[in-house]
Design a protein around this ligand. Structure first.
Ligand code: EPZ
Length: 420
């Protein structure tokens, strides 16, 4: 598995262009198979998850054709196979969106349970509860979920817990149910809104995405659409934090500043200068930073997917900081790796306490999941000496051209290809 080698203490300066949102695209590509026709998806990030999703679509009978590096034509005219139980499906958590998409169009689906990152149990009970509420029979067993229904009938669904995946998956299924479905206590993340906007371009009738009540009037058919993915809120936040930790001055471009509000507020609280443009944010950190406390929450709260990254920064801020992880039961595997770089972090239940250190020292560390890997890169950028990061496969799942983008900002970073 590839490794990244980083020589730290280089100040980042310049401009970085943010790619399309991973967590939007992993829902929108499966949603494309609901249409009897072709869609063209633009502003696609070049990441492993997209390649994996294209393989799944081709294996069930659709076609994926790159028009250019960031534009994909997906033709799901079909008919498609409603059984997706091969390796590619097991490789990624977002495969579960094929359940909602195939159930909507064919009223049946058989999908292997998702894999994904290894922090805590990642159940899909809320997804399945929603499918049942719409009238589907759900059978789980041997790592496969089967769903089928004579017809799907709209209903009111109250989410026991705010869940991005369940909100999107139920929205997919309800799009082609008979009548009206209301999803209450719905997730409000930007990628939920992006998926709803794409479905509406395909002929769906969805209102309220981005609020905690989404109303869907079922339709019989969907047609293909041309759609551009929103910028990646988490990639943008990762680069904002990388700029901050190196005392840099970076313009993060092609973003929606509103999506960054919770991080922007925290960085300003730490003493970092932020300038917001229409589609950019400038991060300027040129004096000692002080620690703050963070609580991860569903959007618009502080995103859990920036948790490891902000802790990498807080660990080299003055004073004591705390982070409370309210979304995932255990997202702290990255702590052991950060401590190898010199961080002083204590974890107690859902709370980690960081005692600010002067600086990291280089070391050999591993990416334990996608965002933990990003945190290792951030810490390595600020470390004295050289850091070797393995497990880069995780990072490639969610970050397009990470070493090229950081290198262009002045980082000393390069990849060593290691045969798997
Ligand atoms: C999405 O995961 C993201 N992944 C995650 O990002 C992100 O951390 C998470 O949302 C929260 O924002 C994708 O969009 C592909 P949830 P998802 O359902 O949908 C519990 C990354 O790094 N829950 O919102 O799987 C669950 O255990 C990844 O990009 C149930 O109990 O997250 C968790 O505690 C990592 N039952 C909480 O809800 C369910 O059926 C929130 O999970 C579903 C979820």
């Amino acid at each position: 598995m590839d490794k990244l080698i980083v020589k730290g203490r280089k100040r980042l300066a310049g401009e970085v262009n943010i790619s399309g949102a991973k967590n939007a695209v992993v829902a929108i590509i499966p949603a494309a198979i609901m249409a009897e026709g072709a869609s063209v998806v633009e502003n696609l990030p070049c990441i492993e998850d997209v390649s994996c999703l294209c393989k799944i679509i081709e294996k069930i009978g659709g076609t994926c054709q790159y028009i250019d590096r960031h534009t994909l034509k997906i033709d799901a005219t079909g008919p498609l196979d409603t059984c997706a139980t091969f390796d590619e499906v097991r490789k990624m958590r977002a495969s579960y969106y094929f359940l909602g998409a195939l159930l909507a169009r064919y009223k049946k689906a058989e999908v292997s349970l998702p894999g994904g990152c290894n922090f805590g149990v990642r159940p899909i009970d809320l997804h399945l509860k929603g499918f049942r509420a719409l009238g589907a029979t759900v059978i789980e067993g041997d790592g496969v979920v089967k769903v089928y229904a004579d017809k799907l009938v709209g209903t009111s669904i109250y989410m026991d817990q705010v869940s991005v995946g369940a909100t999107i998956n139920i929205m997919l299924a309800a799009t082609m149910a008979e009548g009206i479905t209301t999803i209450e206590n719905a997730a409000k993340e930007p990628h939920v809104v992006d998926t709803a906007n794409y479905l509406n371009m395909m002929g769906a009738q969805i209102k309220g995405a981005g609020t905690d009540v989404i109303r869907i009037r079922g339709v019989e058919k969907l047609h293909g659409a041309q759609y551009a993915i929103i910028p990646d809120q988490i990639e943008a936040g990762t680069y904002m934090i990388a700029a901050a930790i190196t005392g840099g001055d970076v313009l993060v471009k092609n973003i929606i500043p509103k999506h960054m509000d919770s991080l922007t507020a925290k960085l300003e609280e730490m003493g970092i200068q932020i300038e917001e443009g229409d589609d950019s944010i400038r991060v300027c950190a040129n004096h000692p930073l002080h620690g703050v406390n963070v609580k991860t929450m569903s959007y618009p709260g502080f995103p859990t997917d920036l948790h490891p990254q902000i802790v990498a920064l807080l660990s080299v801020c003055d004073g004591i900081s705390k982070i409370t992880e309210n979304v995932w039961e255990n997202r702290f595997q990255y702590v052991e790796q950060l401590c190898k770089l010199g961080a002083k972090i204590q974890v107690d239940g859902r709370v980690a306490t960081m005692e600010g250190i002067e600086k990291y020292h280089g070391a050999k560390v591993s990416a334990t999941d996608l965002r933990a890997g990003a945190a290792m890169v951030i810490a390595a950028l600020a470390a004295e000496g050289e850091t070797e990061i393995d497990g880069v496969r995780y990072i490639d799942r969610g970050y397009e051209d990470i070493e090229e983008k950081l290198g262009a900002l002045g980082a000393d970073i390069h990849r060593i290809h290691v045969a798997d």
